[in-house]
Design a binder for this molecule. Sequence first.
Ligand SMILES: [Fe+2]
Length: 295
Amino acid sequence: MSGRSPGSFFDGARSNPTFANCDAAAAAGTAIGADAVLAIGGGSALDTAKTAAVLLKHPGKRAVDFYEKGAPIKDAAPLVAINTVHGTGSECDSFAMAQSDGEGKPAIRSPHLYPAYTIEDPALTVTLPVKHTVFTSVDALCHAVEAATAVTASPYCISLAKEAVRLTSIWLPTAIAQPGNLAARYWLMYASAIAGISFDLGMLHVTHALEHSMSALNAAITHGEGLGILCRPSCGKSIRPRPRFWPACWPPSLRIWSGCPARPKPPWASSGIGWPPLANPPTWAPTLPGPTCRL
Ligand SMILES: [Fe+2]
């Protein structure tokens, strides 16, 4: 956070951030008179920063006032988001989430929660461990599937969702096999961004609702891991009745789900997470402007 003093660094946001994490981040900013917030990390860090940005503009309020007591969000400090995963969507949506352990994991939404700027640099994702590479892309997949199958889905958000599912199914196996492959990370990050835009327009529903209850009861379950456990039966039921989405997205979704934690180890896997070799591996890749790129 930057303010009248050089800045303040807060690293107290855990996975599945709590209201207390958000209050502590805001207090660190208030202590230096912060007038802007720089968030670096995945969804938990970004959502904590978004909440802190709101709290900085509402002296005397706490996170619980917005998440559980319906306090209106009238303003927020400018937020710059540097995303380090390819799944959250928080870097380009108007939502934030935090939880009270054992009780619930509500969301807040406001136009003030859009970051002023977002930096999407695939080079920041190459050190993600394999399981987090999978979990974060499963998060993006669920965003796309839920957005496209929501009753509020528009043709635009369905188009974005289809492309997000297609790209994720193509490039996730490559990122698993070659964590440093910048082309794979680039397209997964792009897929996540457009999935985030899609659900910002179309909303989420049953899979995320179930997962939020799961991680509120057991905070040790990361968001993507919980979605991985739930997504095949839950998203599958959502996709099947949707003729505009089903033909394009069922096969690639199946391919992604085959590596999720609740699935039995597939026969082709040599480790706990595995995908079948692509019948037609992609032979194209984006032209990256130097060692890093911006979306
Ligand atoms: Fe999510």
